[in-house]
Design a protein. Structure first.
Ligand SMILES: Cc1cc2nc3c(=O)[nH]c(=O)nc-3n(C[C@H](O)[C@H](O)[C@H](O)COP(=O)(O)O)c2cc1C
Length: 221
């Protein structure tokens, strides 16, 4: 078992950030640490306890480079798909820190090939045309598992960033990694030690704005 940073559960929950610029691209990540965090991720709840999660962890440098190229091309797809909704027209432009997020996203895009380990979580089944029940069950059986993985990295001094951009080119990634067609990829997760271990809570909407009691739209009054 790895040595853990002295963080309370609340500190882990409030300081597990999207780490991009502070990924240590020089320090190798032992496979055992990835396995330890996946073991914790496997404790997440999942529909009928089917354990339909699979995680493809990649540390082969040539494969990482090809994954980074897919991510880069998909980022171009994403920018193209935004059309005129860029710059000040971008829906997220008014979010506090939007410019820093943009710079950080660009940094990860440029350095993805140098990240020690890339993890692609997948689940058995496809959601295209599926009922809402099926969609919620399939996504609901992977998301918290992956978030547990990210939370488990944090006290071990590692970090990641939830990314979905490459899903514009999901099939290309599936072919590269040999993922069967009936599996759905949930995202791409860079894994590295972090440069320093101090992280802070980020801006989020205040609870008063998002928590309603008894009727949607009604605050505590
Ligand atoms: C579903 C989802 C998709 C995301 N996709 C990307 C992505 O493709 N690339 C990226 O650099 N960050 C991506 N992010 C990270 C978000 O930009 C980040 O979580 C957000 O800016 C808040 O930062 P914080 O988590 O450090 O508070 C994604 C996050 C989520 C939850």
């Amino acid at each position: 078992m790895s040595e853990l940073l002295p963080l309370s559960p609340d500190e882990v929950l409030s300081t597990t950030r999207a780490v991009r610029k502070r990924l240590d691209l020089q320090r190798p990540v032992p496979r055992e640490i990835v396995a330890e965090c996946i073991a914790l991720a496997m404790q997440a709840p999942n529909g009928s306890n089917m354990n339909a999660w699979r995680f493809v962890a990649v540390d082969d440098r040539a494969t990482v480079a090809r994954m980074a190229a897919i991510y880069d091309a998909a980022m171009e797809d994403q920018i193209r798909s935004l059309g005129h909704a860029t710059g000040e027209n971008y829906a997220g432009a008014s979010i506090p820190g939007a410019q820093q997020i943009g710079e950080s996203v660009q940094y990860l895009r440029e350095h993805m090939a140098e990240v020690p380990v890339l993890v692609v979580p997948v689940f058995a089944g496809r959601t295209e045309g599926a009922s809402l029940f099926m969609q919620a069950s399939l996504w609901g059986s992977i998301v918290q598992s992956v978030w547990s993985f990210m939370l488990a990295l944090r006290p071990r001094g590692l970090g990641s960033c939830w990314t979905t951009v490459h899903l514009h080119r999901e099939r290309e990634m599936a072919e590269l990694l040999g993922i069967p067609a009936h599996y759905t990829q949930a995202g791409l997760f860079p894994v590295a030690y972090t440069l320093g271990t101090g992280f802070s809570p980020a801006w989020r909407r205040p609870v008063d704005e998002v928590l309603f009691w008894n009727v949607f739209g009604r605050g505590s009054g």
